[in-house]
Design a protein around this ligand. Structure first.
Ligand SMILES: Cc1cc2nc3c(=O)[nH]c(=O)nc-3n(C[C@H](O)[C@H](O)[C@H](O)COP(=O)(O)OP(=O)(O)OC[C@H]3O[C@@H](n4cnc5c(N)ncnc54)[C@H](O)[C@@H]3O)c2cc1C
Length: 267
């Protein structure tokens, strides 16, 4: 397979909002930067693939500022109705046209070389070009969300929740455990101008009565997002991810079948 070699000052692995903004900030300061992202789009959880709008700083006297605000303003200028494909293009444009920034999309880093406890290079497989990319840099930022680069470099890490006394957090569990967020599946309901039939696939779960979905509000009020479909927080949400995704699909299609076809949910 083809091999390509890059030498930069700063290499960011992971093109979610953290990685994208770290890369842009460094490039604007004059550093030669490589940004490696394993998906076809930037944004991570805040991309069209996951669809989590940036809304962490809402409230009086709270606001995202700096490069993130610049991106949010550009997006607001381009579209009045929120559309994730347009958002993806705003993020791509910010990285692609940034001077000093090499953007490698569809490239998953899966090898790390370190020396004296310092990462010296990473290697990633780019699916679209069938090319191995090696990036040597003075500094690396692990913005993978899962801390994958650090783990591959041999850094210590932990998974799950700390015990209450470790940081004096009263709502933390008494003992540490391995629970994490699970995998989520978002259903977005949108009102249409005529009735839409829904035929569930034969492998979808069946929820015949509301009693089978207790504590989960699912009566439609028009435009609505259902965020409560989540499984795997008590499993290994990384290594079991493929199995959990399959399970979520069965649940997701089953829930939508319930809303559309079983009982009166205004659908
Ligand atoms: C369902 C859900 C709801 C949430 N709700 C909120 C909320 O209301 N408010 C809030 O503030 N936050 C919320 N969050 C959290 C928020 O989305 C995350 O904290 C934030 O997106 C983290 O950004 P990040 O850039 O660190 O990581 P991510 O968005 O996870 O981005 C990491 C990127 O790195 C890529 N990557 C991973 N491994 C590699 C590799 N080896 N090589 C190359 N690329 C790699 C991934 O594909 C991903 O695109 C929510 C998250 C979820 C899942």
């Amino acid at each position: 397979m083809k091999q390509r070699h890059h030498e930069v000052d700063f290499c960011v692995v992971g093109g979610g909002m953290a990685g994208l903004i770290a890369a842009i900030a460094a490039a604007r300061k004059g550093a030669e930067v490589a940004l490696i992202q394993d998906r076809p789009v930037l944004g991570g959880n805040a991309s069209s693939e996951i669809r989590m709008w940036i809304s962490g700083a809402h409230g009086e006297n709270n606001h995202e500022t700096g490069i993130l605000e610049e991106i949010l303003l550009e997006n607001a200028y381009r579209q009045t109705y929120p559309n994730y494909q347009v958002w993806d293009s705003v993020l791509w444009e910010k990285a692609h046209f940034q001077e000093n920034l090499l953007l490698l999309l569809n490239c998953g880093v899966n090898q790390v070389t370190s020396s004296e406890k310092k990462v010296v290079s990473v290697k990633g497989w780019q699916t679209t070009t069938e090319t191995w990319h090696t990036v040597v840099a003075d500094y690396f930022a692990d913005c993978t969300g899962d801390g994958t680069v650090g783990a591959m470099a041999g850094a210590r890490y932990r998974v799950g929740r700390e015990a209450r006394e470790e940081h004096g957090e009263s709502i933390a569990p008494e003992r540490p455990d391995r629970r994490t967020m699970g995998l989520s599946c978002l259903i977005q309901a949108r009102e249409t101008d005529r009735p839409q039939e829904f035929i569930p696939p034969r492998w979808a779960y069946r929820y015949n009565s509301d009693g089978e979905l207790p504590e989960r509000n699912h009566t439609l009020t028009g435009t609505q997002n259902f965020w409560w479909l989540e499984v795997g927080g008590m499993d290994d949400s990384i290594h079991d991810a493929e199995t959990l995704r399959d399970e979520l699909l069965k649940i997701g299609f089953g829930v939508w079948d319930h809303i559309k076809n079983r009982g009166d949910h205004n659908a």
